[in-house]
Every structure is written in structure tokens, then in C-alpha cells.
Design a protein around this ligand. Structure first.
Ligand SMILES: NC(=O)C1=CN([C@@H]2O[C@H](COP(=O)(O)OP(=O)(O)OC[C@H]3O[C@@H](n4cnc5c(N)ncnc54)[C@H](OP(=O)(O)O)[C@@H]3O)[C@@H](O)[C@H]2O)[C@@H](O)CC1
Ligand SMILES: Nc1ncnc2c1ncn2[C@@H]1O[C@H](COP(=O)(O)OP(=O)(O)O)[C@@H](O)[C@H]1O
Ligand SMILES: [Mg+2]
Length: 289
């Protein structure tokens, strides 16, 4: 297992002047039932603040006002309206499926619709309730779609999906189950681990208990989607690693002056962090550092 280092942030590059929102990724976030609206709003807001060009949130209509008052940059569709969801899905670069989605029949139908309509070149980030539901629904799990799938389980979600008890989640055991899934697995924990197909395992040497607040993983999903939408064209592995690294690097910085770092604090610092790194990367590129 190899530690990620700050070099992964080199994917955060200055933007070409001749460009528009369509060049920076279209993200669709799907989740947030009547009780867990905050989860999908944090994911959506993180995607917007991490630079995704166009973001749409498919959620329960009850969350519309909260969504728009938190992040008016995002568009809305009713997550039970398959036709509306599929219309957005068609032109989407990265999809987040699951934060706050819940595990009832409605959630199951939403997942089945996404699986039937996602395409091979799209990134599909599966998180939270969608992981728990997949673990229960073997038929859905056995029919994972052709897409770049990235699972983002915490240890209990990984136990449900992989069958490996938390105490037995070793690199070797995790790798076997990740290969069976044929997808990337980001196992979130203290020192998160990244299992990607045909790649060595990476470990995140950052982050700490000041991150242990509900919504922290939901926020990570939006950052991943935005990074895949912007930086994956040249190096998808590195874009993903950079998203995971950025999330905890901001938390570490903020923890110098805060007992707990909230998910929304991280969202609020994404723009500054990314600008600093894009400047630094530009200076390195022109030989100024
Ligand atoms: N503001 C919102 O709308 C929010 C909405 N959210 C949404 O809620 C949905 C459910 O997600 P969830 O993670 O809250 O619950 P679940 O999947 O049942 O897992 C908890 C169980 O696993 C256990 N456990 C063991 N190890 C663990 C570990 N390392 N990390 C975490 N848990 C661990 C744990 O053990 P215990 O705490 O009981 O000791 C407990 O038994 C999901 O869609 C999510 O997006 C949340 O993001 C919060 C903010
Ligand atoms: N003690 C810790 N050390 C490092 N990272 C942590 C710690 N506690 C939580 N985190 C991070 O916070 C996030 C929690 O994700 P998750 O449990 O899915 O949260 P939620 O579903 O509430 O949004 C993960 O990225 C995890 O790595
Ligand atoms: Mg979670």
C-alpha cells in the first residue's frame, strides 16, 4: 500500500481563457429523501464549489426550497420522475447516486432507472443508502451497469456490500471483493484506502477525528464528481486521488483553528484551496518554483 502525496494535486490546473461551463463537467446528484435532504444538498454544493460547470440535483420535491436557498447555482429535478432524470443523465459526465437516498421501494426504483440508463463513459459514484440497498438487493448488485463505477463506503457499508467484517477488512481481503465488483472502491475511514482496478492500493495519510460529523462523506461525493468532470480526461486515477486528498487536506488546514471541521466549512474552502494549487502548479509548469 502506497501513501498518496501532494503530487496528486498537480491535476488542478489553471483554466484556459477560451472555455465555458460545458468544458468543466456536468454533474447529476441523486438522493435526499424527505428526511435526508441535507446529504444531497451538501453533495451538490460541494460539486458546485469544486468547480463543476453545470450541476443538477435529483431529489425529493420537499427539498427544493432548501436546495435553491443553499446553492442556487444548481438545477432541480424530482428524483421520482424517470423521464426528467434521464433527460439530464444523457449529457452528464459524473453521477452521484445515494447520499440520503434512503432504502425503500422508491430508492430501489431510482437506482434501477439509473443502472438502466447510465453509459459506459460516465462516472457513477455510488454512496450511502445506494450501497446499503445494493448490499440487500442481490439482483441489482449482480447487474452493475457498464460505467466507471466508484463506490465510496464507510467501513460498515463496506461490510454490508463485501461481506467482510470490519475487523477483517485487510488489503488482501478488500482487494478480492473489489475485483469481484469490477469497480473502484474508496474505503472511507481514518486513513482512507483506494482500491482501483489494475492499480496498486493507495492510502490517504491525511484527515482526523475533527472530520467525524454527519455529512462529511456526502461532501466527498460532490468533490469527486466535480474533479472527474474537470480533470479526468488526462488522468482519471489522479483526478480521483486528488479529490480524496483535497477533502482531507482542507480539513487538516481548518483543524489548526477549529475543534471540529464541518462539511460545509470544507465546501466553503474548496475555491481557495483549488486556486492556490492551480497557481502553484502553473508556476511549476513555467519553471518559476
Ligand atoms: N444531513 C443528512 O441528511 C445526513 C444524511 N446521511 C445519510 O444517511 C444515510 C445513512 O447513512 P449513515 O452512515 O448515517 O448510516 P448507516 O449506513 O446505517 O451506517 C451507520 C451504522 O454503521 C455503523 N458503523 C460502523 N463503522 C462505521 C463507520 N466507520 N462509519 C459510519 N458508521 C459506521 C454505525 O455504528 P454505531 O454508530 O451504531 O456504532 C451504525 O450502526 C446515508 O444515505 C447518508 O448519506 C448521513 O450522511 C448523515 C447526514
Ligand atoms: N477519525 C477520522 N479520521 C479521518 N477521516 C475521518 C475520520 N472520521 C471521519 N472521517 C472521514 O469523514 C467521512 C465520513 O464519511 P461517511 O461516514 O460516509 O459520512 P456521512 O455519510 O455522514 O456523510 C469519510 O471521508 C471519512 O474518511
Ligand atoms: Mg456516508
Amino acid at each position: 500500500m502506497k501513501d498518496l502525496d501532494t503530487n496528486v494535486l498537480s491535476v488542478i490546473s489553471p483554466r484556459p481563457a477560451e472555455s465555458y461551463k460545458g468544458n468543466y463537467g456536468r454533474v447529476l446528484t441523486i438522493g435526499g429523501n424527505e428526511n435526508f435532504g441535507g446529504a444531497i444538498i451538501m453533495s451538490t454544493s460541494a460539486a458546485v464549489h469544486a468547480g463543476a460547470g453545470l450541476v443538477t440535483c435529483a431529489t425529493a420535491p420537499a427539498n427544493l426550497t432548501a436546495l435553491h436557498s443553499t446553492v442556487p447555482e444548481a438545477m432541480f429535478v424530482d428524483y421520482t420522475d424517470n423521464e426528467a432524470v434521464n433527460n439530464v443523465l444523457k449529457s452528464t459526465t459524473a453521477i452521484v447516486l445515494g447520499p440520503g437516498l434512503g432504502t425503500d421501494e422508491t430508492s430501489k426504483k431510482i437506482i434501477a432507472n439509473v443502472f438502466a440508463n447510465v453509459s459506459e463513459e460516465q462516472y457513477l459514484i455510488i454512496d450511502g443508502s445506494a450501497i446499503t440497498l445494493l448490499a440487500q438487493e442481490k439482483d441489482l448488485q449482480a447487474n452493475l451497469p457498464q460505467a466507471h463505477i466508484i463506490f465510496t463506503p464507510h467501513e460498515m457499508e463496506w461490510q454490508r456490500l463485501s461481506g467482510i467484517k470490519i475487523a477483517q477488512q485487510t488489503e488482501t481481503a478488500n482487494r478480492v471483493q473489489q475485483e469481484k465488483l469490477g469497480a473502484t472502491v474508496i474505503l472511507k475511514k481514518h486513513h482512507t484506502e483506494i482500491y482501483a482496478p489494475n492499480a496498486e492500493t493507495f492510502r490517504l495519510p491525511l484527515g482526523g477525528p475533527y472530520m467525524s460529523t454527519g455529512g462529511m462523506g456526502d461532501t466527498l461525493t460532490g468533490i469527486i464528481a466535480a474533479f472527474m468532470g474537470q480533470f479526468a480526461k488526462t488522468n482519471p486515477q489522479k483526478a480521483l486521488q486528488a479529490a480524496v486528498y483535497t477533502h482531507s487536506a482542507i480539513a487538516d488546514q481548518l483543524s489548526e483553528n477549529a475543534y471540529v471541521v464541518l462539511p460545509t466549512d470544507i465546501i466553503g474552502h474548496l475555491q481557495k484551496f483549488m486556486q492556490e494549487h492551480s497557481h502553484e502548479n502553473y508556476r511549476t509548469k513555467i519553471g518559476f518554483n
